[in-house]
Ligand binder design. Structure first.
Ligand SMILES: [Zn+2]
Length: 225
């Protein structure tokens, strides 16, 4: 039997984080706990938490850290994640959240925090060439467009460049991410939990590197939160 894992995956937008999380969740047979997916699910099924999130979004407010951590806390205390672990995606974003996460997971601890490292120039290229269906959200790019004329292969909707996908806007988002995340990266490094993994190359190659990093880690003693 493959042992489970308690893993956090960090990475800037366009680094392929979502893809790798799904692959790792299959490999280790643990849930992929994505805060973005969970929030959408809560809103869609109108849970009390989803209704609070929706009220914030309707007012144009950001979803608070507290609400996100509450949701993550509930999910990570369920039986499946308690027993085998999780691949956490989208959280933590701050040191305070990382401390709270350690409390949620206790008396267990994280096995590893993977920082998927892709050069900014490469991510910029990927994001700037991205095109998306306005109706169903299917992803395309200038190098792999829909079969006919920017009409979605899946639903027939219009395929466009998102307004916030201009190079200028992408660059700003990436800078903001670096600024916000670097203290968190330092913190995990300090606690000897961080492993930077080269996120370039094929998805298969990146998954192999991640699995290697995780499996290597298991053979070493862990000291921290
Ligand atoms: Zn579509």
């Amino acid at each position: 039997m493959v042992p489970g894992v308690r893993l956090v995956v960090l990475g800037k937008q366009g680094a392929g984080k979502g893809t790798q999380c799904v692959r790792l969740s299959h490999h280790y047979v643990v849930p992929h706990v994505s805060t973005g997916d969970m929030l959408r699910g809560e809103v869609k099924s109108r849970t009390p938490l989803g209704q609070r999130a929706k009220a914030l979004m309707d007012q144009g407010e950001l979803i608070s850290d507290e609400l996100v951590m509450e949701m993550v806390g509930l999910r990570l205390r369920e039986k499946d994640t308690r027993a085998r672990g999780f691949i956490l995606d989208g959280c933590p974003r701050t040191i305070a959240q990382a401390e709270e996460l350690a409390d949620i997971v206790a008396p267990d601890h994280l096995d590893l925090v993977i920082d998927l490292d892709v050069p900014t120039a490469m991510v910029l290229g990927r994001l700037a060439s991205r095109r998306v269906c306005m109706d169903c959200g299917a992803n395309y790019s200038t190098s792999s467009p829909p079969l006919t004329n920017w009409t979605c292969d899946v639903c027939g909707g219009e395929v466009v460049q998102r307004e916030d996908d201009t190079e200028e806007a992408i660059r700003r988002r990436l800078e903001l991410y670096e600024r916000q995340t670097s203290p968190l990266i330092d913190w995990y490094q300090h606690h000897d939990l961080l492993m930077s993994v080269d996120g370039t190359g094929t998805p298969d190659a990146v998954t192999t590197r991640c699995v290697q990093a995780i499996d290597d880690r298991r053979t070493k003693p862990v000291t921290s939160p």
